[in-house]
Design a protein around this ligand. Sequence first.
Ligand code: AMP
Length: 305
Amino acid sequence: MKIIKKVDKMKTYAKIMKKENKLIGFIPTMGYLHEGHLSLMRTARKQTDTVITSIFVNPLQFGPDEDFKKYPRNIKKDEELARQCGVDVMFYPENEDMYPEGFATYINVEGLTEGLCGKSRAGHFRGVTTVVMKLFEIVKPDIAYFGQKDAQQAFVIKKMIEDLRMDITMKIMPIAREESGLAMSSRNAYLTKPEKKEAGILFTSLKLAEESVNSGEKDPKKIIKKMRDSISASSASAKIDYISIVDTKSLKEVRDISGEVLIALAVFIGKTRLIDNIIINTEKSEEGYKNVGTPKERNTVQGRA
Ligand code: AMP
């Protein structure tokens, strides 16, 4: 596995791959890799010729009071894990090379970025789309892999690709979870043992919502109340940022559950803000729509070719 640190070198490498007609698969990450990231890399390995992953903790997507400085980093371990997944190149750029002095150009997707996490994290998605656009321009991927874990982010990037008519296929991969159901996340490293246990309630509440929908409940308010109650009842330290049920196309809140909806939440467990979600397609609900998976269930995947 090659390690490339310079933007120019990465561009040259990508150009050579293009010339050789290699299909480039790309997985952008902020590192501190876990099974969620690795599942994306393994899929890219199967589907493309050249697999490139980037590790870049992007300052632009963190608010002033957020965890940019303390975001967990372990580049040596990341190298090892990526190598084991058959990644060809780990692109590990420096801040100054990504954002040279005087940098003043931003990408902003309107509409989809306003609700959900956009409400409590002002400027976050602008930071995400700007860095992803830059990375796309450097790495020139044919297929880019993202996780449903960050569902709003994935939908926003999809919109950017469509609006700008970029020649990139985007694949949104299912959420990798701990046995407890807790969605894997680099930020889980902040949780104490008891907090980690408590955090299982996020997925439990999403399953509760899924059950309600499957048994015919159409009122999002009732479902959200059930979820709130279950979270408060089983975790004293949980502070709900939001729970929303939105249409997967507009990301606007729905008045009743029909078609495909995203049930998304952000909850603080102690000081750590965790997000999770589930996509429910009511048309498929009779056979029990399988959107999520614990490691055992995970192979029933949408988006995997
Ligand atoms: P991050 O390093 O958190 O920016 O994530 C990099 C990519 O991995 C994003 O596309 C995430 O959505 C994806 N990802 C993170 N956690 C998971 C997970 N538990 N399951 C699947 N994909 C994930």
